[in-house]
Ligand binder design. Sequence first.
Ligand SMILES: CC(C)(COP(=O)(O)OP(=O)(O)OC[C@H]1O[C@@H](n2cnc3c(N)ncnc32)[C@H](O)[C@@H]1OP(=O)(O)O)[C@@H](O)C(=O)NCCC(=O)NCCS
Length: 190
Amino acid sequence: MQDVLPEDGMIRKLWIGETAKYRDHILRLDPVSRRNRLGGGVSDDFIRDYVDLSLSLDAVVHGFFVNGVIRGAAELRPLGQRFARQAEAAISVEKPWQSHGVGSALLRHTLLAARNRGFRLLHMACLADNLRMQQLARKFDAELSFDFGSVVGEVESSRPTPLSLMREILADSHGFATAMLDLQSRMLRA
Ligand SMILES: CC(C)(COP(=O)(O)OP(=O)(O)OC[C@H]1O[C@@H](n2cnc3c(N)ncnc32)[C@H](O)[C@@H]1OP(=O)(O)O)[C@@H](O)C(=O)NCCC(=O)NCCS
């Protein structure tokens, strides 16, 4: 998956032990983005609990990394056995990195992961006045259907294919290699 991203940033799945980086990213969101991401004004303590819970629920989280810091993230969380084949997706990008294609790239990675896990329906909790998120979702109209008539958007995800599985594996191995190079060059600079 070829992403054109600002500042040589990269997108990869979060590794075990990167919870603090993810939490700090959500805590850095400006008040409007925080409200849009979490459906209302919430406290720092709420965010700390939310991130711990999310990552304990088999969530697949992709991060947008710049110099080892997460500046954007997309979360895919299964809704559980009672709602088989359904998951919830949510995206956040810190303000200075918004409107540079990061949200689109994160959504693309998340949709691929959803498809490969057999999710047929993705719920995106989106406030009715969040036009930017709705605009972003419309870019994927060709393969997905969205309903933003209410505050919740629902997305039909397509079936996995050998090619879609291969694309995810390739994106992961590329993410690992780039992260290693990034770490090495930052250690050399230090
Ligand atoms: C919604 C959000 C994830 C979008 O991320 P982003 O990186 O800004 O998105 P992109 O740059 O990929 O832009 C996606 C589309 O949004 C629209 N868009 C981008 N900037 C915009 C702006 N300033 N005004 C209106 N629409 C805009 C465009 O249609 C754009 O597609 P295009 O570039 O092909 O025209 C980001 O704004 C964000 O984190 N918001 C706060 C949290 C949030 O609302 N999360 C969604 C709840 S699930």
